[in-house]
Design a protein around this ligand. Structure first.
Ligand code: NAP
Length: 240
């Protein structure tokens, strides 16, 4: 187990890629702080099954990414329960998929809140702990939607383009404190989000944009995230 003794904070874990991330980090022995919007018996049951299977500790935490005050309070409370925070995965995200002339600017603001501003707030809180420790790894979720030009993709694509710049600038600022900031650039992945995009864009099969001619699986994305955090650990070992 590669991540025994390490703690990972992962947002948006009740379904999709976030859920696959909880399983993968648990499999590697990490303690997982598993965020979801609201408490839900099925989600708690799923977390329990994973922690029983891998014999690790999973700490659920609940807040709406659009409720910044609530988020701050919950995050501070949960961070006080752990000694160290090794990894933060800013996974929760939302995609409205609408043609720009029909999109309310408020919808775009809401999407930016979840995809950019709320992860920024969360990262600032977590960074304080990571900077004191002198190490940490932060992984953001980018998207090909910020690279490929596609009608209907304005709010989501622009918010993910901002995540790209934020990731790179932050990496340049905190690398000197032993903190790595990376982003995984996802193609279409087999989750509710891809299915909704297929429906809204009236594309029967979103895998058309993939070189593999299939959707990626959430577990494949989780593997890429694990690769990013392991790289941080290897670098640390080189330094010590
Ligand atoms: N799937 C793809 O094809 C694809 C492609 C490129 C990038 N990505 C990125 O990968 C990440 C994970 O996406 P996914 O495919 O797993 O999406 P998903 O299946 O739609 O899951 C999204 C997750 O984010 C949470 N979330 C959304 N808004 C929230 C809010 N206001 N407060 C709290 N939680 C909120 C959802 O919680 P609820 O269940 O409560 O809504 C859910 O847990 C996202 O950042 C996404 O942009 C996905």
């Amino acid at each position: 187990m590669l991540l025994e003794g390490k703690t990972a904070f992962i947002t948006g874990t009740n379904r999709g890629i976030g859920f696959a991330l909880v399983e993968k980090f648990s499999q590697e022995g990490a303690t997982v702080i598993a965020h979801a919007r609201k408490t839900n018996a099925e989600h708690e049951d799923n977390l329990l099954k994973i922690s029983n299977k891998y014999n690790n500790s999973i700490i659920p935490v609940y807040f709406d990414m659009q409720d910044i005050a609530g988020m701050r309070a919950e995050v501070k409370a949960v961070l006080s329960k752990v000694d160290n925070i090794d990894f933060l995965v800013n996974n929760a995200g939302v995609s409205s998929w609408q043609l720009f002339p029909m999109t309310k600017v408020q919808t775009i603001r809401d999407e930016f809140e979840v995809n950019l501003f709320s992860p920024m707030e969360l990262t600032q809180i977590v960074l304080r702990k990571m900077m004191k420790q002198g190490y940490g790894s932060i992984v953001n979720m980018r998207s090909i939607a910020a690279i490929e030009i596609c009608p209907g993709n304005c709010a989501y694509g622009v918010s993910k383009a901002a995540v790209k710049m934020w990731t790179e600038v932050l990496a340049s600022e905190v690398g000197q404190f032993g903190i790595r900031v990376n982003a995984v650039v996802l193609g279409m992945t087999n989750t509710d989000m891809a299915r909704q995009i297929e429906e809204k864009s009236r594309t029967r099969d979103a895998s058309f944009v993939s070189a593999l001619k299939r959707l990626d699986e959430p577990e494949e994305i989780a593997n890429a995230v694990i690769f990013c955090v392991l790289t941080m650990l290897r670098l640390l070992m080189d330094i010590r």
